[in-house]
Ligand binder design. Structure first.
Ligand code: BYC
Ligand code: FE
Ligand code: FE
Length: 471
């Protein structure tokens, strides 16, 4: 199923057969281009970047590498191939043929989910738009831009669904996706993590490790949807997501490796004066980005999530691989709740705990990379362990947002929090220090002093390849 690149909008959905839809998308396209030039990566719109572009959705064709100027990147509409007899696999409609059109009664909930998903994509590009000026290497700069153009395409994926299936409301939502702005007090992005700043590269690596991973789990759940076009859109987005999380995991790992090197070289933990990011400071960033990202799973008990599930709109991660009735009528699920100043485990109706189950799976997945980071620390002969904070720590959504907790999960008073949070979360001073390290390095094969080089280059190119042609 190859992608038609002769079209103004590359696609594998036979767009030219649907003139109304084609016109709607072609009228949105220049608005997207305007948004990209205003809010996309600043200062790198005319350079050649070594990017991958999908030319088909199968394993052979989706990663095609070459130099591209970002505004000329071929953003388009790519759905994973349709499986012959796909069904709704969970909820009340289980066993019915998957929907090719939006069921009338689920129109507004589906639209809302698609809009929420779509909103995060341009938001992340906005958050990252100034990072190019302080890149630690051309290799990293290229990875940033790869992530950015693909998040742009994820926006296209959701806009296609809105335009194709939600008529006039969909078109309005598609425009609104270009009007909101990350961090804007009047027109903020929908979910809080996407209004935070990504002011430096350490934050960028943490974001792509922790926050893009929320994308993996949310897209995975939406890929189970009974609404087939949503499912197939999300499946293809997931193939791109793996690289974003790789950028995060390997990026943090390289900062850690460099920290350990400096610690060993100078025989001290206090590597700030040698231009390194200490393991303590990395831990504080983990605490921040993890806690902000676990908020993205919503409330522990959610009737919204139960409704999505029963309706067959949003499933569990790997729904069809789970061995149960896929209805959750009598099932229960253990969740952590507050009982006074204690955290206790209680069993709740599994249907209401769908968000919490997804959060649990997400946390297990987060831990895997943390284990690999700790392996790097151990290999350097250093006695230190990065830990994910307890889920009660620093929450803005859900039960634990009502209390203050330590990273170990002990409930503490407001006063204790106020006197101690600087031990756990990056302070203004910490952020200013990290910012002070952010000096651009743009010579091929050279890396900033706070980060180790990667083990290998992109697409079998050498590490000192000219990933971005600056002139
Ligand atoms: N911030 O019943 P609940 C990605 C609201 S990342 C603000 O638990 P629900 C990417 C909630 O809307 C993946 N508000 O909610 C990563 C609800 O409001 P109402 C993004 C929040 O709906 C990096 C109320 O609180 N995709 O792709 O079950 C770079 C009650 O909550 C938040 C999706 O999120 C919050 N964090 O769950 C680029 C998938 N949490 O009804 C891209 C689509 C909750 O009382 N979205 N609220 O007015 C969803 O599935 C759901 O909307 C959520 C929330 C899971 C986010
Ligand atoms: Fe995305
Ligand atoms: Fe992503």
């Amino acid at each position: 199923m190859s992608i038609d690149y002769n079209e103004r909008i590359p696609n594998n959905v036979n767009l030219s057969d649907n003139r109304r839809l084609q016109r709607a998308l072609e009228s949105w396209q220049p608005k997207f281009q305007d948004w990209w030039s205003e809010m996309g990566p600043e200062g790198f719109q005319v350079q050649d970047i070594y990017l991958r572009t999908a030319v088909s959705v199968d394993a052979k064709g989706w990663a095609n590498f070459g130099y591209v100027k970002m505004p000329e990147y071929r953003w388009g509409i790519f759905l994973t191939e349709r499986e012959g007899e796909r069904q709704v696999n969970f909820g009340d409609h289980k066993g019915e043929a998957a929907w090719q059109e939006v069921p009338g009664e689920y129109r507004s909930v589906l639209r809302r989910l698609i809009v929420t998903q779509g909103d995060t994509e341009p938001a992340s590009v906005e958050q990252q738009r100034l990072l190019g000026a302080t890149c630690p290497s051309l290799y990293d700069l290229r990875n940033l831009f790869q992530v950015n153009v693909e998040e742009g395409r994820h926006l296209w994926a959701m806009v296609y669904l809105l335009d194709a299936h939600f008529g006039r409301d969909g078109r309005e939502e598609a425009e609104a996706l270009l009007d909101r702005r990350s961090g804007d007090s009047d027109k903020p992005r929908i979910l809080e993590a996407f209004n935070e700043k990504t002011p430096d590269w350490l934050s960028f690596f943490m974001f792509t490790y922790f926050t893009d991973r929320d994308g993996k789990y949310q897209l995975g759940s939406l890929a189970e949807s009974g609404f087939d076009p949503l499912s197939r859109s999300c499946q293809f987005m997931l193939t791109e997501e793996a690289h974003h999380m790789f950028v995060g995991e390997s990026g943090v790992n390289r900062v850690i490796r460099r920290a350990c090197e400096l610690m060993n070289e100078h025989d001290t933990d206090d590597i700030a004066k040698y231009g390194g990011v200490s393991l303590d400071l990395i831990q504080k960033h983990v605490n921040f980005h993890f806690s902000v990202s676990v908020d993205l799973f919503g409330q522990e008990l959610s009737t919204n999530a139960a409704t999505y599930y029963t309706a067959g709109i949003k499933g569990r991660f790997n729904e069809t691989k789970i061995d149960d009735d896929h209805m959750l009528t009598d099932a229960s699920y253990p969740i952590l709740e507050l009982l006074g100043d204690k955290i206790v485990e209680k069993r709740e109706a599994a249907l209401n705990a769908v968000n919490e189950r997804l959060r649990d799976e997400y946390i297990v997945d987060c831990q895997r990379g943390v284990d690999r980071w700790n392996k790097s620390i151990k290999e350097a002969g250093i006695d230190f362990e990065i830990k994910l904070p307890h889920r009660a720590f620093h929450r803005g959504i859900g039960t634990f947002s009502e209390v203050k907790a330590t990273p170990e999960g002990k409930i503490i008073t407001e006063a204790e929090w106020n006197s101690r949070h600087a031990e756990w979360l990056p302070t203004d001073e910490d952020r200013a220090f990290v910012q002070s390290l952010m000096k651009p390095v743009t010579e091929p094969g050279k890396f900033a002093g706070w980060i180790a080089p990667p083990a290998r280059g992109i697409n079998q190119q050498p590490v000192d390849f000219e990933y971005v042609r600056l002139t």
